[in-house]
Ligand binder design. Structure first.
Ligand code: NAI
Length: 259
């Protein structure tokens, strides 16, 4: 009888690009994957925060690379993927995580700027990166694209209509691509967290009164925010070959909110 050993999902040697990797879920995922032997590049709009995550990884003995990018620019995204291919010699996993929210407002009160910014970053930015990932992965035998959607991509989200629309859009892109590119051996999955304790959520909570903050924190049946460690553990498993039959899936991390 073989001994039972506890082994984390194996991502050793995986070549991984994570957008929005300078903060929150993206940074935690980059640090976890690098600690498990993956070769990681993070890309983000924020140079300062990107360099901070690079230093953290360096201090932990698992160096990663950073490249500045604005995912709303198709040209910048193409240049990012060219850089990743050059530095890593290929791409196994792309995590499309860069995203923003907007302050809670009724749909008719949202400004054009709020709507356009949210859709451009959260939806068009993901499409730019999916398109670039496919161009890199198809000729080299396949890969895995993991898109950060949200529970707001699966159900309504009062006060967050543009965010909710952008994340439903990400679900549409993910499921469509999963079928279009299965024959090229490229898998597409979405990760759908509820409220997670990150700078994005903390900044929104700062604009709320105490009762609204409590409501948000208790939105999950577990009556707490999720942690970046919980989300990055799921991303690390998806990034491993253990997830090899998972395709077109919405991986929900919500403490039971949608049950
Ligand atoms: P965060 O605000 O901590 O990190 C997002 C990162 O994206 C930041 O470093 C930011 O600079 C970067 N970014 C923003 N616009 C960009 C652009 N145009 N180009 C490149 N980078 C850009 O956010 P968090 O909470 O870690 O969220 C990560 C992803 O997870 C987002 O897509 C978010 O919508 C999604 N998500 C987050 C949840 C939460 O409760 N925190 C829940 C469900 C989904």
């Amino acid at each position: 009888m073989s001994a039972v050993t506890e082994v984390a999902a194996n991502v050793t040697g995986k070549k991984v690009l994570i957008t929005g990797g300078a903060s929150g879920i993206g940074a935690a995922s980059a640090l976890l994957l690098a600690s498990r032997g993956a070769k990681v590049i993070i890309a983000d709009l924020s140079d300062e925060h990107g360099q901070q995550v690079v230093s953290q990884a360096e201090q932990a003995g698992n160096p990663i690379l950073f490249k500045k990018v604005d995912v709303t620019s198709g040209d910048e995204v193409r240049a990012l993927f060219a850089y990743a291919m050059q530095e890593l010699g290929g791409l196994d996993v792309v995590v499309n995580n860069a995203g923003v929210d907007h302050l809670p407002k009724a749909l008719h009160e949202l400004s054009d700027d709020d709507f356009d910014r949210t859709i451009n970053i959260n939806l068009k930015g993901v499409w730019h990166c999916m398109r670039a990932a496919i161009a890199c992965m198809a000729p080299s035998g396949g890969g895995h694209v993991i898109n950060l959607a949200s529970v707001a991509g699966l159900r309504s989200s009062p006060g967050l209509s543009a965010y909710c629309a952008s994340k439903h859009g990400v679900m549409g892109l993910t499921k469509t691509a999963a079928l279009e590119y299965a024959k090229a051996n490229i898998r597409f999955n979405a990760v759908c967290p509820s409220f997670i304790d990150t700078p994005m959520v903390r900044n929104t909570m700062e604009t709320m009164d105490e009762a609204s903050q409590k409501k948000l924190t208790h939105a999950s049946p577990l009556r707490r925010l999720g942690t970046v460690e919980e989300v990055s553990a799921a991303i690390a498993w998806l990034a491993s070959d253990e997830s090899s039959f998972v395709n077109g899936h919405a991986f929900t991390l919500d403490g039971g909110m949608l049950a």
